[in-house]
Design a protein around this ligand. Sequence first.
Ligand code: 16G
Ligand code: MG
Length: 539
Amino acid sequence: MAVPASIEAAVAAASRPYQLPAGFRPSYGTAGFRATADLLDSTMFRCGILMAARALKTRQITGICITASHNPAPDNGVKLVEPSGEMLCQEWEAYANELANAQSDEELASQVAGLLAKEGVAAPGAGTVMIGHDTRPSGPGLAAAAAAGVRCLGLEAQMCGLLTTPQLHWMVMSRNRGEPCGEGDYYAALAGAYKQLVAGSTSLGQTLYMDCANGVGASKMRELAAHLADAGLAVDLRNTGEGVLNGGCGSDFLQKDRQLPANFGDVPPGARCCAVDGDADRLMYFTPLEGGSHALLFDGDRIACLSAMLLRDLISALPPAAAQGVRVGIIQTAYANGAASRYIRDNLGCAVEVTPTGVKYLHEAAHHYDVGVYFEANGHGTVLFSRAFLEQMKQLSGKSRAAAELLALGVVVNQAVGDALSGILLVEAALRRKGWGLGQWAALYADLPSRQLKVTVADRTVIVTTDAETRVAEPRGLQDAIDAAVAGAPRGRSFVRPSGTEDVVRVYAEAESQAAADDLAAAVARLVHAQAGGVGPAP
Ligand code: 16G
Ligand code: MG
C-alpha cells in the first residue's frame, strides 16, 4: 500500500521535540523498554506511534503503561498492550526496537512509512490508544510524549492517569469486548465476584497487612478495599507512598532478601501479610518470623498450588459429566522450586509445563488448557480460562453452584495479565473457603533450599539456552560441567541464563540443604565465569 508523503512529513515534524539521546540504544527487553527516565522521551513518543499503528492494524483499542515496575524510582519504562489486554504480540517487538533506535527524525519517518506499508495500514486514521502511568514523578511527562506519538498518526490518546499496570490491561481488554471498562467497573467487578466466591464461608478474621512498595498499588487497593468493607476483609496498608518507591519494601525486596519490609516491625509473627511491586503486577504473601527481621515467604509457586487446589475443589463439585476431562495445566519456569512442581504433579495430579522466564511465554502456554494456572516464583501470574470453558460454565451456572463460582473466579482473576490486587482476592478466597491459616498453606510442601547468584560477563549473549532455559547449548562444554557439579549435590538442580532485564548472567541452584545449594550455586557461578568470559574476580 502506498503511504502518503504527508504522513512521513508529519512524523518527522512531530518527532523534533523527542530526540534520541546520543549513544542511547534502547532494547525491548522481557517486558518492554526500561532506562533512567531522562533518556526515555523519544522512546515513549515512538511507542505512541507504534501502538497507534497497532490500533489501526487491528481496528481496536491498544494501550501503553508507563512504568519501570520494581526498578528504582529514577527509572521508568513502558509496557505495551494488545487489544486483547495481553502484552504486545512478539512479531511487533522487532518494530518496537527498530523505531526506538531510529537515528534521526527522517529515519524514523521512513521506518514508520515502511511499517504502515508492510502492514497494509492507512494513516492518518481513526482510533484510540489508552495511556496510564505509575506513581513515578516522570510518569505524566512521558505519558505526554507517548500521546504526541499517538496523535501524529491521527488517533486519539486517551489519558487514563494513575493506574496499576494490570488495571490498564484490564480496561483495554474490557473495552474491546464491549464490557464495562472504567476504573470503577474494575473494582465493582472484582469485589462483586469475590463476594460471590466467599459467600457462606466465615471471614478469616485477622487483618491482612499489605506492603504497597510506596507505589500505585496503595491508592488502588484503598479503593478496592472500600468495595469490600462488607465482605469481612480488613486490610492494613503499609508503605503507601511516604517512603521511596520500591526502597526497602515491595515484593522484589522481600523475595531477594527474605527480610521484613520497612514499617513491618510492629506486625506480629504469624500475621498474614502480602507485598506487591511498584506497578502492582507481582504478589508475594509472607509472615514475620519469631524474633528477628526475617520473613517466611509464600511465593508464586505457593500461590500456584493454592490456586490449583481451589480449582480442583470447584471442578470436582461440577456435575460429573462436566467435571470429566477439564484440562487444567500449571505453567512454571525453571525457577519454580522442585518441591512445588513435585507437589503439583504428585498430589494435585495436574500437568506441569515449563516455559522460559517472562510473562509472555507463560501466558501463551496457559492458553493451551481449559484452565491454565501460571505463576513465576517471583509472583507474576494469573489463572486463564478458555472461552469454551467459560461458555460451558455459563450454561451450567443456573443449576450448578460450582459452575457459577468458577465463572466468578474468572472475574476475580484478571484475564488480561497477572494482577497483584486480583491475586490478593484469589488467595484470600482460597484460604477462606478452606478455613485455612498460613500454617496449613505452608504445610503443603517444604521448599528445597535454593540460592540465586549473578555473574558479570563481557557479553551475556554468549550464553545460549535451550529446553526452556534449563540447559545451556553454548558455550559448548558448559552444560557438561554444570551436570557434573549437580551430580555431586544431593537432590541438586541448577541452571544459568542471561538476564532479560540486567546485564548479568543469573545462576540458580537448589539442593537438599542450604549449604549444598549455596555450594552448588557458587560452583556453577565459577564455571560461568571461567567459560563465558567473566569480568572481574571469579566468584
Ligand atoms: C520481567 C518479566 C518477568 C520476569 C523477569 C525476569 C514481565 C511482565 N516481567 O520482569 O516475568 O520474571 O523480567 O527478569 O514479563 P530477568 O530476566 O532479569 O531475570
Ligand atoms: Mg511489576
